[in-house]
Design a protein around this ligand. Sequence first.
Ligand code: NIG
Ligand code: FE
Length: 380
Amino acid sequence: MSTLVDNIAVLVTNEADRPERENAALVIEDGKVAWLGDAGSAPHADERIDADGRCVIPGFVDSHSHIVFAGDRSTEFEHRMTGQPYAAGGIRTTVAATRAATDAELTANAARLVAEMRAQGTTTLEIKSGYGLTTVDEARSLAIAATLTSETTYLGAHVVPAEFKDDPAAYVALVTGEMLDACAPHAKWVDVFCDNGAFDVDQARAILKAGMARGLGARMHGAQLAPSGAVQLAVELGAASVDHCTFLTDADVGALAGSETVATLLPGVEFSTRQPYPDARRLIDAGATVALACDCNPGSSFTSSMPFCIAVAVRDMNFSPAEALWAATAGGAAALRRTDVGGLAVGQRADLVILDAPSYVHFAYRPGVPLVHRVLVSAD
Ligand code: NIG
Ligand code: FE
């Protein structure tokens, strides 16, 4: 069965030499892009989708989420909006609620958030554990995440839980020992929150190395609350991505620029914590690969909307609309080391979004307006 999508005003493919085309068409076969080119020379296909002058983009690749949780922290958000700073310790509130929830409750909440994301154009999604912080609760969080995505991340090192507050070394031993044994079978990645109030650089190095020794790929939370050695540790270990990058030193930018490690920016966090927005120009102009993701979680960024993140990134982080769209699609794919998603070149997955707009510039030009007309996702 083949499907022709034609009458496309602007088609974004993210091909290196020609990232977007006008008056284009594409053909989908077996879940992949089989042909693309000028609408006038499109081949015959079994069925046709008329885009009716709309813009077509690759599905968003949201490479950072924490959606296996229970509870609500809207009161904490309210306090932040009247001046209270964000601190890592808020995570423990969600940990208590998550431990008390059943598998069915956690699954239903996560599935509802995945549906929200999908309706806003996200077709590939990473999900972390990190609100269980016991062997059993981290393992069940990852088992639930694995029912929703193949991009699962073990984040036992989210914060030191209250019961280990006097002995963080014992918690690091658990995270690198028994907890890792139970979680590794359900995870593709290992992550650490390396920042004030969470884990330091030496603890983070030990945790990431233990995960890597078990075959997990490394990724990090770094420089969210303060500059630290986290970004350079991510580069040193060849992590796929270091996420947040709110407070970067010149040395951090230099290290990222010459590396395979993606800098993933999370505009929802700065929006929801009133922290300063990082300047994407500094990274892009230095030659770093930059991604955008939602960081959907109940504390620092409870948005599931990549269009919202693009609007903020363009308005407040100095991305051009084209750079922001690239970062939310191809950039996210690079952060997950995926080549099959994040673009619509021939051979890539036919995960695409037809917009209710003639151009993707409308994500920032019409902020907050639902612009997703239709989402097509290829079968795995
Ligand atoms: O990515 N920084 C650490 N983890 C989350 C926040 C989690 C929370 O506040 O519950 C983040 O921002
Ligand atoms: Fe996060």
